[in-house]
Write a protein that binds this ligand. Structure first.
Ligand code: NAD
Length: 258
């Protein structure tokens, strides 16, 4: 569970699980570069983490759906870090949308950020991790990619694609000692709060029965710092060295993966 001097990139560090992951890694002694499309917030998160903790962090802007932006940011980050050991990749977007109404533009935006963004960041990290003799990539899937989700069709399809990609990349890159897993979280973050705020009363009731009632550990979404942070440290550390290609729910029992 030691992260002392591990060289880590975290996407989506400006808020939610990216922010919590950055804080946990700096506390565990890692040297971290946080990235986000929101430069102002991302910079603040990286600066604040430096104040009290063991490791160190800095910030670089990125748009994960844009190939040039990803290759430039990852090259710069690996240069600054002197190599790479871990990529944690929570950055993504969510939107509600009925399958019969979704527009090609909304579909493409979702797939550009959530699916192409996962492929681009994972690929950029892989080349650096291979040079380091191996490492860990931690993607973010969702229960939405495992079950029918009539209210968020494009998001659900994009997360199903992230699950498939994670298994394929793990199969392909294991020989280079690069592990690829996906966390399937249920955490109270800005994304979760925004999704809840935009629901009708009827949808909110359905969501209670679908999402909250099934959380065995307390019927409510977790806290990113205390419920997710330690798991992210485990998957970045050598303690998880024999785990790859897995979809790991960190959700209080909301989903059961078979
Ligand atoms: N919150 C939950 O309970 C939940 C449930 C299932 C899956 N997830 C997944 O977990 C991950 C983290 O979710 P969260 O709730 O912390 O989200 P969040 O919305 O709170 O944070 C996402 C971060 O990604 C950044 N981002 C968005 N588009 C970007 C882009 N193009 N380039 C770079 N950065 C970009 C945002 O600026 C933001 O800082 C996501 O992949 C999400 O789909 C979340």
């Amino acid at each position: 569970m030691e992260l002392k001097d591990k060289r880590i990139i975290i996407s989506g560090c400006a808020k939610g699980m990216g922010e919590a992951t950055l804080n946990s890694y700096v506390k565990a002694g890692a040297h971290v570069i946080g990235m986000d499309i929101d430069s102002e917030l991302g910079q603040t998160v990286a600066e604040n983490a430096n104040k009290n903790d063991e490791g160190k962090s800095s910030f670089l802007p990125v748009d994960i759906g844009n190939p040039q932006s990803v290759s430039e940011a990852f090259a710069k980050a690996s240069n600054l870090l002197g190599g790479l050991d871990v990529l944690a990749h929570p950055a993504a977007i969510h939107s509600l949308g009925d399958p019969s109404l979704i527009s090609p533009e909304d579909w493409d935006r979702m797939f550009t950020i959530n699916v192409r963004g996962t492929m681009l960041t994972n690929q950029a990290a892989f080349h650096q991790l291979k040079k380091s003799g191996g490492g860990s990539i931690i993607n973010f899937g969702s229960i939405s990619g495992l079950r029918p989700e009539p209210s968020s069709a494009a998001y659900s399809a994009s997360k199903g694609a992230v699950h498939s990609w994670t298994r394929t990349a793990a199969g392909a890159w294991g020989k280079d000692k690069v592990r690829v897993n996906a966390i399937l979280p249920a955490m109270a973050t800005p994304m979760y709060k925004q999704a809840n705020a935009s629901m009708s009363e009827e949808a909110a009731t359905a969501s209670y029965w679908m999402n909250h009632r099934s959380i065995a550990l307390g019927e409510k979404y977790g806290d990113p710092e205390t419920d997710l942070g330690p798991v992210m440290v485990f998957f970045a550390s050598d303690a998880s060295r024999f785990i790859t290609g897995q979809l790991i729910p960190v959700d209080g029992g909301q989903a059961s993966i078979r």
